[in-house]
Design a protein. Sequence first.
Length: 571
Amino acid sequence: MKITGAQLVIECLVEQGVDTVFGYPGGAILNIYDELYKNSSRIRHVLTAHEQGASHAADGYARSTGKVGVVMATSGPGATNLVTGIATAYMDSVPMVAITCNVGTSLLGRDSFQEVDITGITMPITKHNFIVKDVKRLADVIREAFVIAKSGRPGPVLIDIPKDVTAAKTEYIPLNSDGYTKKETVIDTDRIRRIVKATEPSEKDIEKASELINSSKRPVIYCGGGVVISGAEKELLALAEKANIPVAVSLMAKTAFPSTHALCTGMIGMHGTKASNTAINKSDLVLAIGTRFSDRVISDAKRFAANSKVFQIDIDPAEINKNIKTCGHVVGDVKAVLTKLLPLVNERKASDWNEQVNEWKKVQPPMYNLKEDLHPKFVCEYVHEKLGDDTIITTEVGQHQIWVAQYYPFTKPRTLLTSGGLGTMGYGTGAAIGAAIGNPGKRVVHFAGDGSFRMNCNELATISHYNLPIIIIVVDNGVLGMVRQWQNLFYEKRFSQTTLDFGPDFVKLAEAYGIYGARALNEAEFKKAFDEAVASGKPAIIDCAIGENDMVLPMVPGGKPIDELIMEIKA
């Protein structure tokens, strides 16, 4: 049966189990959008206000569901508007397939209208990308793209299709139940294996890990986002409890280990807790699981766990010994490795080490400024009290992001969606849309700084149109809070371009989009506004006024060892 390239795209997406795509149409991709119209009962298309919003929505869909997110855009500026979203997904290992359409093959390389070399542009920020100039290759490329995106260490894959290829016809051969076509497959399995770097974990290396754990006196687990990606939360919990090992978590691992658990020491790194940061540098063994030793965690690499043995477990061999030298490692899927490691680890009762870590946990910075009527800690705790553990929280990037990480008591995986590696202001509203679409039975609450929200408030049109019950909490201090904090501490209070003393009025903006809007100046007003928003089951914005000089503490100054924390700023 011969069908067009555009029809083939739809059939291959359905083969891969795709039921939702996010995107924005344009001239070069019209053939595919015509087929989306004809196949609306098979694939839902979510139209965003901007292509970047669509890319973040696909990312949020993927992070919250564990499925591959799909985004579509046209050529030229449509494709380049995806770049930040693709880079965000790449840095945080999110499985995503981006489908763009380019000018016709005869126009490529001629500086044609709305032509860009999007495969060249995105090469450094994708696991792999393709430009398909022959319709006969299209089905195999799409199938390869999904395998690459979700295998090994996940990440984004881009497929660029010239417009004439979407119109050309070819024979469509469906996949069999075994995942292969009726003909001999032409999927390049060797190339896929090289790209995803698939490998079986070494039994000898796993044994070494168990020996180090069993012989250590002051072990610490440093847990990263790979635990969530692998779905290894139960195995991590079992390991920590069996050997009574304190667990420090990265920002990307906030939902990998229950924050309320007695062994949890909280976040590690620049804004980590006294317990996590001190325990790492006082330990004799750091078991690093599914983490890449980001500079925001290790700070001064020479003084990070300088007197400890570091053993790393990660699926990506490129991360081994890249930022921190290890005494050993296991390359493999975290869940598979921990499953094999668990029986080899001895049970251990709580020791003096656990008591010492618990003493460090008691050291906390002052949480409230007594002159204030509303504080992010109260907001986070009230949201959790009202909506519970299953609520999906999304954030932008800045002070509010870290306050959420510090104060919100996450206990379940995939309930925090935030841009960790790239630190993308403008990420969270799109991510909230993707989470709401992918998880229709769950509540989604989005925390946004007023600076970040200015970057993506156009997506209120999307939230309103689809009547998504997303509650947006604008942590509004009238400044670019995190940048101002650095200016306050390290630039002698020269607040260059970080004061946001101009609009919009977020309540009126909400009303313009037909969304419930309220302003909260104190705890009572926030409770009332949030309760009304929850009861309505509809989109809402709550503008929360907080102090412009509030800071995220603890904080490790750049280049300092992570146990040299600023705990308090005195006036």
